[in-house]
Structure formats: C-alpha cells, structure tokens
Write a protein that binds this ligand. Structure first.
Ligand code: NAP
Ligand code: GCO
Length: 268
C-alpha cells in the first residue's frame, strides 16, 4: 500500500501538554500546533500561564491555558472536564510537568522525596486516569510520558527523580498493556541532557570563567558532543502523537544524542 505522509499530521486533534509554559513542554506543544493540533496546556500559576499564552500568541498559536496543579486530582478532573466541554475530547496527552531536587540521598527528607514522586509519577497517573475514559469512548488516544536518562541510569543526588522517572517508564508500559486493545497508545520520550532552566545550574560558568564540570562531563558522554535543544524533541513527539506510530506502544524513545549507546570518551 502507498505510504500516506498525512499519517504524521495532527490536523483536527486536541492535545493537552502539562507544564507547557516554557521549556520542553512548550517546544512539543508548538510542534503539535504546527502539525495541525489545537493546543491546551496548564501550569502551576497564572503568571506562568500568561507568559506561556503570550509566547504561543507570538508564534500565531491560539492556545488554551489553564492554571492547574497536576498533583491535585480534583483540579485535574475539573480541567479535563472543562476542556472536553468547551474544546473537545483530548486525543493526545503529554505528561511533561516535572520537578527535580538535587540533594544527596542521606540528606533528603522523606517529605522532599515524596514531593518529587508526587509530581513526576503520581501526577501522570492522575492525568492519564482523567483522560482515558473519553479516549475509550472515542476509540483512540495517545499518552506520552516525558521520562529521562534517569529512567535507565542513576547518579549522585537525584534518587527521588530517578525513582520517579524509572516508575514512569513502567507506568508507560502498563498503560500500553492495559489499554492497547482499545487503540490507546502510551509511549515515553526520554530526553537526554537538554538546555532548559531545569538544567541551568548544571551549566553555570565557574568563577574563573571555565565551564561547569558537569557541563564538560555531559559533552564527553554525548556522542553528539552537545547539550540537546528543546527543538530536538519536536519530531519524535509529533511521531508518537500521530497515526504514523499507531503500532508503537509501551516504548520509550530516547532522544539523547546517543548517551545511552555510548561508554563515554576516555580522559585525555
Ligand atoms: P521544567 O522546569 O521541569 O518544566 C516543567 C514545567 O512543569 C514548569 O513550567 C513547572 O513549573 C511545571 N510544573 C512543576 N510542577 C507542577 C505541578 N505540580 N503542576 C503543574 N505544573 C507543574 O523544565 P523542562 O526541563 O522543560 O522539563 C520538562 C520535563 O522534561 C520534566 O518532566 C523533566 O523532568 C523532563 N526532562 C527534562 C530534561 C532536561 O534536560 N531539561 C531531560 C529529561 C527529562 P515551575 O516553573 O513552577 O517549576
Ligand atoms: C540531572 C538532570 C537530569 C536531566 C534529565 C536527563 O540532574 O541529572 O537534571 O536528570 O534533567 O532528566 O534525562
């Protein structure tokens, strides 16, 4: 059969991207808009949502912005109900909102650990649970969870984040397992090290003007020899939201410049 390039189109689809006032979420939402989708997004406060709305508008995108804490089940259900009533059934959910705390594990409080698990793992469950009933009725849906290198690897200070992102990989596989027969695909994107405010502390210049040791470390660990840009995630995110990936389910697509394939550069 001839291949239909339109299978990559998101024309007529409604997408909800969480935490998409800037950064990775916004880059993904802008790509979805370019592919034809209507964009809904939320963030934790009005100031962020307003900033996000202004940036979408600047690019000619009439996005719908909501203030909603993704860990608050009642607020999430209310947002999803409003979108379904006023805009339509959500075809594509991207669980992007996330937090990280870089604290040595023996100094981290149980409460700090729980906060990270709450936003990075419990919230994707709450969000997915809220959109799945209408996806089931409609007979299709795409759920994309933003995972991490830490879905596969550990490192110092990020125990809670790694536990959450590892869990998110398995939640992804379980949603795929549980709802695949209803034409719902749930996949993950595992960004490598991407230049956003979340990773800014790892790229700060040192007092003597030299590069942060972690910055140099990441360059040496990445075959592409650079940090990723948010734009690097756009093509993969469109693919996983589109009909072109209808038989891809429970997969985590690592967009990491090759980090996971590489043993790393030997020191000079
Ligand atoms: P980010 O700072 O993690 O952005 C996430 C957004 O989510 C922010 O707008 C944030 O608001 C919002 N948010 C946080 N908690 C929320 C909550 N409870 N409810 C609603 N929104 C909330 O920046 P990012 O680097 O673009 O990261 C996006 C996603 O990619 C995250 O899941 C992150 O873990 C993941 N990721 C990032 C990288 C990277 O290298 N940057 C790599 C792999 C994976 P605030 O501004 O108030 O925090
Ligand atoms: C860190 C980083 C990461 C990345 C990302 C990698 O401190 O190691 O912040 O965890 O942001 O998730 O994929």
């Amino acid at each position: 059969m001839a291949f239909d390039m339109n299978s990559f189109s998101l024309e007529g689809k409604i997408a909800l991207v969480t935490g998409a006032s800037y950064g990775i979420g916004m880059a993904i939402a802008k790509a979805y808009a370019a592919a034809g989708a209507t964009i809904c997004f939320n963030d934790i406060n009005q100031e962020l949502v307003d900033k996000g709305l202004a940036s979408y508008k600047e690019d000619g995108i009439e996005a719908h912005g909501f203030v909603c804490d993704v860990t608050d089940e009642a607020a999430v259900n209310e947002m999803v109900a409003t979108i379904e009533k006023e805009i339509g059934v959500i075809d594509i959910l991207v669980n992007n909102a996330g937090i990280i705390k870089r604290i040595p594990m023996h100094e981290m409080t149980a409460e700090q650990f729980r906060q990270v698990i709450d936003v990075d793992l419990n919230a994707p469950f709450i969000m997915a649970k809220a959109v799945i009933p209408s996806m089931l009725k409609k007979g299709h849906g795409k759920i994309i969870n933003i995972c991490s290198m830490m879905s596969e690897l550990g490192r110092e200070t990020v125990s809670a984040y790694a536990a959450a992102k590892g869990g998110l990989k398995m939640l992804t596989r379980n949603i795929a397992s549980e709802y695949g027969e209803y034409n719902i695909q749930c996949n993950g994107i595992g960004p490598g090290y991407i230049a956003t405010p979340q990773t800014a502390p790892l790229r700060e210049l040192q007092e003597d003007g030299s590069r942060h040791p972690f910055d140099q470390f990441i360059i040496s660990k990445t075959p592409a020899a650079r940090w990723g840009e948010t734009d690097d995630l756009q093509g993969p995110a469109v693919f996983l939201a589109s009909d072109a990936s209808n038989f891809v389910n429970g997969h985590v697509l690592y967009v990491d410049g090759g980090i996971l394939a590489y043993i790393g550069k030997q020191p000079k």
